[in-house]
Each structure stands twice: as structure tokens, then as C-alpha cells.
Design a protein around this ligand. Structure first.
Ligand code: G3H
Ligand code: 13P
Ligand code: ZN
Length: 337
């Protein structure tokens, strides 16, 4: 059943676990996530970036998601807009049937230029009003992630605009967001760190400070792929050319989860897993040309990564803990606040 993300995150906070939010662009990725969730009995957050929406075309993407909700009625499932760049993007997602949106007002609508605090508050307030009227959840962002690899981000190392706890508190109070993405030195894509990250580049101390200042707020970690060496090695073994690189170690994410992180965004690890599996098939059996011969192993490789993360983040086993609340009821509750 498609449900509001707020409910999943409230339940995650009660249970003290995190929920992975995995990006999708096509049918195989949606299938991989849903099968991993079924196997591990997990609540699900599926998210689509603007790039995904234009790649797959909104109607295809939405109907694939409806198929997932129909095929897995017992798994509470969120369809989330990742990195909405404007009110219009978020509104179109809400109108289409997404149950959660991210308004990333930390950047201007170009998705690259850091914005002012006032702009961020203003645009996020507008999205919150439109979303809550429909029972839809809103994730905001304060502070700016590094990297531009995936077409979204301000560039740099990610340490230029680390989230300030006081500003975060003011932002939550002024906007009424349901979840807050923070910047602690991570960035999108495969090239996050040039060595195993320590406290100088991955600011877990800052995350803990923000949690202590805002103990009730659901925090979101973006750029949370771990970029495992095994997945890099498979790609390189079969003709790929990845430079040595480090992601966010799972233990650091688990430390975050013990300190208020309820949503953990992962895309790159799944991209690596699928690409490695496809390269392997094409390298070992170059005579093959049926897309199913490489898409099936790719889907399976992604499923394994997702199931592993669901277990590591603690959401495994929690799909049946609660009854999904219809969006109309959620909307009425917001209106009564
Ligand atoms: O925001 C980053 C996600 O990995 C989505 O990337 O914009 O290339 O679809 P994308
Ligand atoms: P990764 O590139 O680390 O997977 O981050 C994904 C993300 O934050 C999507 O919003
Ligand atoms: Zn992100």
C-alpha cells in the first residue's frame, strides 16, 4: 500500500531504526527493491529524482509504482520525490500521486547555486502547505551537499556548507517540515572521499549536535552509499575504470541512526551493483544479446545490496508493525494541528 513517509519515519523513530530510500529509474530497480523488502519484511521508500522522472516519463514511473503497491499490498510503500528543485516540481509530484516530496531549497532551481536561508524557508513553506493539504510528507534540506557528479549539488568537498544546528532549528520551526536533510560532508556519487573517512571529512559529531538540538526531528542522510570495494572490483575486473574511492561506512550510518537519522539515501551502490553484473555477463559471454540475460543478474545484484542495507539499517522485520494510515486521514490531522 502507498503511504505517507511521515508515518514510516514516526514508526522508525519509535523502533529506533533507519529506513533506506533507494532511487529508481526503471522496472528492474523497482522490482529489486520490492523483492528485497518482501524477503526482509521491510517498509519501503522508493524515490525518483527529476532525472528519473524525465528518463522514465512520469506515467510509466507512476504506473510501475502502482503495480508494486498492488503486488505487495502488505508492504507499506512510500513514493518520494528526491531533490525537488522548485515548488512546481514538488506540486507536480503531489498531483501525480507521490506520497512524499523533498523540497531541496538549499540550492536555487538550477540545482547548483547555494540559496539564501530566506529563499529556502519561503519555498519550503509553500511546498509544505500544498503537500500537507493532501497528507503528503515533506523533506527539507538545510546546509548544502558536495559534489555535482549526478547533476545535483553545489560542487566542492561537501565541507563548505555543513549544517548549522541553530539554523536547522529555526528552519524546522519556520517551515514545519516532516524530515530534515542535513549536510555533514557527504556528496552524491561514487567519489566521496579519497581515503576511509574520519571525523575531519565526515562530520558525525555535527550530526550528533543537530540531533541533540532537535531530538524529535527525523534526520535524513544523503550521499549515503558505502561504495564497497567488492562492487568497485567487479566493475574494474570486467573492463570498467573506476578510480580508488571511499563512501560512507555502514558503521557511521548506524551511528547516525542511533542519533536521529531515520531516512538513508542510497543510489550509487545500486548503480555499481547493476553495472558490475551487466559487465560480467557481457565480458564472460560476449555472444549474448538478449537484454534479459544481463538485466536479470543486474536486478538480482541490486536486490542483494538493498536487502543487505535494509538489514543493516534495522528496518528489516518492521513491515507489519503498523496499519498504514490513509492520506486523507493524515491530511485531516495536519489541518487540525
Ligand atoms: O540525487 C542523487 C541521486 O543519486 C539521483 O541521481 O539525478 O542522476 O537521477 P540522478
Ligand atoms: P549516493 O550517491 O551516495 O547513493 O546518494 C544518493 C542520494 O543522496 C540521493 O538523493
Ligand atoms: Zn541526495
Amino acid at each position: 500500500m502507498l503511504v505517507a513517509m511521515r508515518q514510516l519515519l514516526d514508526e522508525a523513530a519509535k523502533g529506533g531504526y533507519g529506513v533506506g530510500a533507494f532511487n529508481v529509474n526503471n522496472m528492474e530497480q523497482i522490482q529489486a527493491i520490492m523483492e528485497a523488502a518482501r524477503e526482509t519484511c521491510s517498509p519501503v521508500i522508493v524515490q525518483a529524482s527529476r532525472g528519473a522522472r524525465s528518463y522514465a516519463q512520469d506515467r510509466y514511473l507512476y504506473h510501475l509504482m502502482l503495480a508494486a503497491a498492488e503486488l505487495y499490498p502488505d508492504l507499506p510503500t512510500v513514493l518520494h520525490q528526491d531533490h525537488g528543485n522548485s515548488y512546481e516540481t514538488c506540486k507536480s509530484a503531489i498531483d501525480m500521486g507521490f506520497t512524499s516530496v523533498m523540497m531541496d531549497g538549499s540550492l536555487m532551481p538550477d540545482g547548483k547555486t547555494p540559496s539564501t536561508f530566506e529563499y529556502n524557508v519561503d519555498v519550503t513553506q509553500k511546498v509544505v502547505a500544498a503537500a500537507h493539504a493532501k497528507g503528503v510528507t515533506v523533506e527539507g534540506e538545510i546546509g548544502v551537499l558536495g559534489g555535482i557528479e549526478d547533476g545535483h549539488g553545489a560542487g566542492g568537498t561537501g565541507l563548505e556548507h555543513v549544517t548549522d544546528p541553530e539554523q536547522a532549528a529555526k528552519f524546522v520551526e519556520l517551515t514545519g517540515v516532516d524530515a530534515l536533510a542535513i549536510a555533514i560532508g557527504t556528496s552524491h556519487g561514487a567519489y566521496k572521499f579519497s581515503h576511509k573517512p574520519d571525523g575531519a571529512v565526515l562530520k558525525m559529531d555535527r550530526l550528533i549536535e543537530i540531533h541533540n538540538r532537535l531530538p524529535k526531528v527525523h534526520l535524513v542522510m544523503h550521499g549515503s552509499s558505502s561504495v564497497p570495494k567488492e562492487l568497485q572490483d567487479i566493475i574494474n575486473q570486467y573492463g570498467g575504470k573506476l578510480r580508488p574511492t571511499w563512501g560512507v561506512p555502514v558503521e557511521e550510518i548506524q551511528l547516525g541512526i542511533r542519533n536521529g537519522v531515520r531516512k538513508v539515501n542510497v543510489d550509487t551502490d545500486n548503480r555499481l551493483a547493476m553495472t558490475g553484473a551487466i559487465r560480467k555477463v557481457l565480458f564472460e559471454t560476449p555472444e549474448k544479446f538478449d537484454p534479459r540475460d544481463y538485466l536479470k543478474p543486474a536486478r538480482e545484484a541490486m536486490k542483494q545490496v538493498v536487502a543487505q542495507r535494509m538489514t543493516q539499517f534495522g528496518q528489516a522485520g518492521h513491515a507489519a508493525d503498523y496499519q498504514p494510515i490513509p492520506l486523507a486521514v493524515v491530511a485531516a490531522r495536519y489541518a487540525a494541528q
